[in-house]
Write a protein that binds this ligand. Structure first.
Ligand SMILES: [Zn+2]
Length: 96
């Protein structure tokens, strides 16, 4: 399946700034031939980082907000934050 993105002409290769052309479920750089995966119509234009950063990226790709349920409400999140002394100190500091 060829990827079709409405904003495709606005994208550039993050490595060499070359134009990106459509490939099979990916975008391919016309300059350096790098391939960028497209998942759910979102191009993944991140470049590789050091091993530690990649481990952190992988962790958050699986658990974007560890310890939080996906259906927490704003009120629930505020209540949870109010239990943290650090969050209360930030709140006091932000009030002025
Ligand atoms: Zn490139």
């Amino acid at each position: 399946m060829t990827v079709v993105l409405a904003f495709e002409g606005l994208l550039a290769c993050p490595t060499c700034r070359g134009a990106l052309r459509r490939g099979d479920a990916s975008l391919v750089c016309a300059g350096c031939c790098a391939t960028y995966e497209v998942r759910h119509r979102v191009p993944r234009l991140r470049t590789a980082a050091d091993a530690r950063t990649e481990r952190v990226r992988e962790f958050y790709s699986v658990s974007p907000f560890p310890g939080y349920r996906s259906r927490d409400t704003l009120a629930t999140l505020r209540w949870r934050a109010s239990r943290s002394e650090f969050a209360r100190a930030l709140d006091r500091a932000n009030r002025g």
